[in-house]
Design a protein around this ligand. Sequence first.
Ligand code: PEP
Length: 283
Amino acid sequence: NEGKALHRERRVVEVKGLDGKARRFGGGNGKHIFVCGPDSPQTLEQTLATARMAREVGEKFGILDRVMLRGGAFKPRTRPTDWRGLGMKGIAIMDAAREETGLPYVTEVMDHNLVEQIGAHADMLQIGTRNAQNFDLLESVGRFGKPVILKRGFGNEAEEWFYSAEYIANQGNLDIVLCERGMKTLYTKGGYCRNQPDLNACTHARKQTILPIIFDPSHVAGDHRIVAENLMAACGHLVDGSITETVHTEAWRREQLCDAGQALVMDQYSILVEAVLEYENHV
Ligand code: PEP
């Protein structure tokens, strides 16, 4: 009910870093939160290099309190023979990146039996698109209580996505950040993008729920050459932040075992961050 929603206070979801700073998603403050990092941590050296550069970007623009890391150690793969991440070894690498940079991190959890084990390490949990309607998992994450990014299922209607958020909220956890990451449609088969972004769903979510909403331009694009324009389009829909796959160099982009083509290198990311901040200053 839009009328009621307009009078409800918007939820602010806070994620604190070891650096003592809180990343604050939402609340209508117009401040974009930048979540970046590898699709998946592969080696300590590469992940630390990316994390350091994320920190440098934050320092360069004076927005360190708006930067956090991503990295999926448990990877949901469409094909079972594809690389599926380092599991708890990958979580240890993300821990090391946080330790060195002070930046908090978000990581995906796919199994309700692993929520406590992964959640004991991560600052924020991610429910991926494939598990957006895994109700046991949603409830476990709800009971666990740490902040969560809830991706929209790639075939879910907006309302179904909000019901998934209710599964988490009904267990007492309102620290939910909604994430639009694109849909599979007839058109994505043509190959010009990986998923079709539903930008109007971002605006709809803002009107229908009190939750912050972020955008994942990487999974929408599937190609680093069209990540920036997708994120800028989402900024026009006033999203509260973004989660963008980034690695530190071209060489590591080529070495990525999962979704290599969609990762930005840090120089590209830095230009994009500047553009988002510039846009933010003019809204
Ligand atoms: C991810 O962010 O690593 C991921 C797998 O995303 P999605 O669930 O949106 O495909």
